[in-house]
Design a protein. Structure first.
Length: 315
């Protein structure tokens, strides 16, 4: 079973407009509403592709009621921990003319310590049936610094690989805690490490304790970086569409393969890049196009030149 944890869930609202004009007034068809957050998107994709999944997250307030109702209707197996704080919302406005997506994410409100303890207890209770633990998404402002390391630690104690997709200081804390796989994008990697060169930045996370970094490069594809290898996968041309769930689809692909016992970085990279590209072709985060199999065959996969090792100053 793939067990996903979403510390900062959201009710996702998506509208399509003919053309987004700054400062303008727009008309759109009724928007789509979906229980979201990165871990929920991972669970949706993996579940739709036939994997055994369970999504653990929180839900609170009137928005949380709508969130819970949609999640129940979706059929994705889940366990919700009730909290007092209102579940946040995330708004995506898709410009159909340009193929661009503008996203507005509410920051979310921090559960109190007993509510975090209840979430952690739920994860610990479910871990005996898990083969992979995925911790995905941001943490609310004010969340304890110990939250991500504790979640990683309980996964490691249970003997399952832990995949983390987060950003900022939480990314560094996950690496320090020994997360098995980290999945930042290029901007998140620079923000967290302060290192502009992507392979050097990824290897700084490996030095902290991770085993594999899957680095999203947007239209340029994805890198898989280990201590010994760097592999690049890309398509000939970028795909137009809605990229909001692309990274989550990549994490889902990694989780599915890890649950099956696959550890080869190149095979993981191929599937993660194909599912990420296939997510761009769908209107909502949490879905991938069935075209992923042909996209995987179209990928160009090759060794990526790594930066030269730093030399000590002879003086």
């Amino acid at each position: 079973m793939i067990l996903t944890v979403t510390p900062n869930p959201a009710l996702d609202l998506t509208w399509h407009v003919d053309r987004l004009v700054e400062g303008g007034s727009h008309r759109a068809e009724a928007g789509a509403t979906r229980a979201g957050g990165k871990g929920l998107n991972v669970a949706r994709v993996a579940h739709a592709e036939g994997a055994n999944t369970l999504a653990v997250t929180t839900s609170g307030g009137r928005v949380g009621e709508e969130f819970a109702a949609e999640l129940l209707a979706s059929g994705v197996p889940h366990a919700l921990v009730p909290v007092a704080a209102e579940t946040r919302r995330s708004i995506a406005i898709v410009d159909d003319a340009l193929g661009d997506t503008t996203i507005i994410n509410e920051r979310g409100r921090n559960p109190d310590d007993p509510e975090w303890a209840a979430l952690l207890a739920e994860v610990v209770e479910r871990l005996p049936g898990a083969t992979v633990l995925v911790i995905s998404g941001s943490v609310p402002p004010g969340a304890p610094d110990s939250l991500l390391p504790m979640l990683v630690a309980v996964g490691k104690d249970a003997g399952v690989p832990v995949i983390v997709d987060t950003s900022g200081p939480a990314l560094l804390r996950a690496a320090d805690a020994g997360a098995t796989v980290l999945k930042p994008n290029a901007a998140e990697l620079v923000e967290a490490t302060g290192i502009a060169e992507p392979v050097e930045g990824a290897r700084s996370l490996l030095a902290r304790g991770a085993e594999l970094v899957l680095l999203s490069l947007g239209a340029d594809g994805m890198l898989a970086i280990t201590a010994s290898d760097v592999v690049h996968a890309r398509l000939d041309e970028p795909l137009a569409g809605n990229p909001t769930g692309a990274g989550d689809a990549a994490v889902a692909a990694c989780a599915v393969l890890y649950a099956e016992g696959e550890r080869d970085p190149e095979r993981v990279l191929r599937r993660a890049t194909a599912w990420s590209a296939a997510a761009v072709l769908t209107p909502l985060a949490g879905d991938i196009s069935p075209r992923w199999t042909s996209l995987e065959q179209q990928l160009h996969v090759s060794p990526h030149p790594a930066p030269a090792p730093l030399r000590k100053d002879p003086s």
